[in-house]
Design a protein around this ligand. Sequence first.
Ligand code: AMP
Ligand code: MG
Length: 504
Amino acid sequence: MNTNRTATGENPICFQHYRDLPREMFAESIPVPTASPSLIELNKNLLRQLGIDASWFNSEQALSILSGSSINDDNRPIALAYSGHQFGHWSPTLGDGRAHMLGQVKTAEGKYLDFQLKGSGRSQFSRGGDGRATLGSVMREYLLSEAMAGLGIATTRSIAMLATGDSVAREQLNPGAILVRSAQSHLRVGSFQFANAQAANTRSFQSQPVTSGVKALADFTIAKHFPELEQSTSKYLDLLSAVGKRQAELIAEWMLVGFIHGVMNTDNVSIVGETIDFGPCAFMDEFSPKKVFSSIDTQGRYAWDQQPAIAQWNLTRLAETLLSLFDEDQEKSIELAQQCLSEFMPQFQKAYQSGLTQKFGFPDSNEQTKQLTSEFLAAMARNGVDFTVFFSSLTQVAEGESDQVVINLFEDSDVVTALIKQWQELRAKDNETLSSMRQANPAVIARNHQVQFAIDAAVENNDFLPFRRLCRVLANPYQIDPADEDLMTPPKFEERVTQTFCGT
Ligand code: AMP
Ligand code: MG
């Protein structure tokens, strides 16, 4: 059956690049049909930006394919295999336990994007899980990924959200849903760990060394995502370096908007540097460097200020899988890897400091501005000042409002008055700096209590208006209409949502 052509446009998901990978890297996997699927949300703006005709997505055929009720026989879905260190513990066989890779679309720019279903039923990687996702967790990922995109931060995107009509049993029964998400790639650090573990298994059974699946995976990754490295004589080391650079910049961007990913396990680290797998992630309200939201992160492993060190730890796990490709001499390989990994923290610091410089409106970064920045952050933490409100208030002062707008946020007014005075002396006062400050300091973020409010309205009352409003406002978080200013407000004490859950 060729299901590609319909009266309402053509199915754009018509490539399946991952089939070029070694056979052990994926499994044939057919989504499991659901009771009475319906399309809840279609990201028409994104499809338009990508140059993809949205009409197909409203067709019966699209509903059937995106809900897992039928497949495109010309382009059969697969589940990807990967391993991972989860909270530091090695899990050899994870993989897409509740996701199906439908394939890739080609955008108007000529780039290929993965389209994947999440919550589409069991696969051979499901272990004890049901392969399903709750409406709440799908709405969360939809909102948070689109909020990241609105902030200009690399992320997987949400294309559509479907209700399944089935219930999903967690602590209680929840409505089920499926997310259709896009990504430049779904390869993770955990994909390389899986390939490496497979190669190690095979090696132990054979006297001859086998061609490493890691090499095939690295070659695939370079060809698809880092083509500029193709001609390099040290391309595998350059790959590690490029992944590290993207991670350093990504983590800096997260931290500069107060984002805490929550589950930075190696299986949730995208090889192309996109934010991926939005589980118990959150934006913090009041600034607190040790902030953790995830209910299962009891040790604070993935706290806001731990994210750079964890990213470097994850990169080290990636380096281990690539070692044999760096040099024939193992000692030399280790030396090269260590040298490459040592670049991570300076790269992170550079990106983070340059972001802070922009947020504060300084002309450049020097010892004085760094000192003042850390004193401000320390005072914010001591006074429980809202991170986002602080920086948008500072922008208002730079626009000509009184210093008092910032001073009023702190209980400790003597300290902040002195800091603001120093800031006024050090900051640049030209229009360019002001517009750059506006670009660095969002007025709105996806606040936990508002995300929860939108989810509750949908789950309890089938009311998707708060969700749609949040999506609209978060798509453009640096400019806000007066009618939406209530979304800038931090939660009242009784509205605070202090814990988030994996929502699996
Ligand atoms: P996550 O913490 O969502 O990144 O998932 C970690 C691993 O658990 C991945 O291999 C997922 O595919 C798998 N997983 C999570 N939830 C489920 C579920 N409901 N059913 C099957 N597998 C799942
Ligand atoms: Mg994951």
